[in-house]
Design a protein around this ligand. Structure first.
Ligand code: SAH
Length: 223
């Protein structure tokens, strides 16, 4: 767990704007205290490029380089809240480490977080950032997230932060009994649907949450 000391000197100037964002999130229906607490602890401005750090606490997606984006805070909070309320809080798998921001939030709420990213450079940067924040319960893999992480399966929760055309079978297979997955489904460059998948006594239940827009989940690893 993070000591308060960890955050002294980093981003204290943005504390007020961060609290404003937290108020906006709760007005938008994020009311899980653990999720709001995690969102208010993690300094989002450290996860975006320096030139746009002043925009980090706006409720918008922002570029993180290499054609990828850090998700809108509301969506990060919403996906986290849905999983947090329905899954056990032990093992979680994230597909799409990106900047590491969503991962940082998750690592405050689950015991062990496994995160996979297909662009090695992004993941190396994210790892450095997350370690410098003192977050040590995260396991990293530069690989194709479509394959999941079999050695550590099953997972209580799986979160996919890129849009897949269909639900990836391999990920479904790595979900524990009573496990929960959240994933945007749909074509790239179009509005996609955020889908909640619950395994209940061997049956798969799907629920549409809301329309979203994510970068595409691409097969293979980028070298
Ligand atoms: N969770 C990230 C969001 C990053 S955007 C954050 O908080 O910043 C989505 C990320 O998914 C991109 O970095 C992209 O490279 C990655 N991605 C896309 N397809 C993937 C795949 N098959 N396996 C792993 N990562 C993938």
């Amino acid at each position: 767990m993070l000591g308060e000391q960890k955050f002294q000197g980093i981003g204290m100037t943005s504390d007020r704007t961060r609290q404003r964002l937290i108020r906006q999130l709760s007005e938008a229906g994020i009311d899980e205290p653990h999720v709001l607490a995690a969102m208010s602890e993690i300094p989002r401005h450290l996860f975006v490029e320096e030139g746009i750090a002043h925009r980090a606490y706006e409720n918008n997606a922002l570029p993180i380089g290499l054609g990828q984006t850090i998700s809108q805070p509301y969506i990060v909070a919403q996906m986290t809240q849905i999983l947090w309320r329905r899954s056990k809080h032990q093992k979680l798998l994230e597909i799409g480490t990106g900047s590491g921001y969503q991962c940082a939030i998750l690592s405050r709420l689950w015991d062990e977080v496994y995160t996979i990213e297909r662009i090695r450079e992004l993941q190396l940067n994210a790892r450095e950032r997350l370690l410098s924040l003192g977050l040590r319960n995260i396991h990293y893999k530069a690989a194709d997230g479509y394959l999941g992480w079999k050695e550590h399966a099953p997972f209580d929760a799986i979160i996919v932060t890129a849009a897949a055309p269909v639900i990836p079978e391999r990920l479904l297979a790595q979900l524990s009994d009573e496990g929960v997955m959240i994933i945007p489904i749909g074509a790239a460059e179009q509005i996609q649907q955020l889908i909640l998948i619950e395994k209940v006594q061997g049956e798969i239940k799907q629920t549409e949450i809301e329309p979203v827009r994510f970068v595409p989940m691409l097969p293979g690893i980028q070298t």
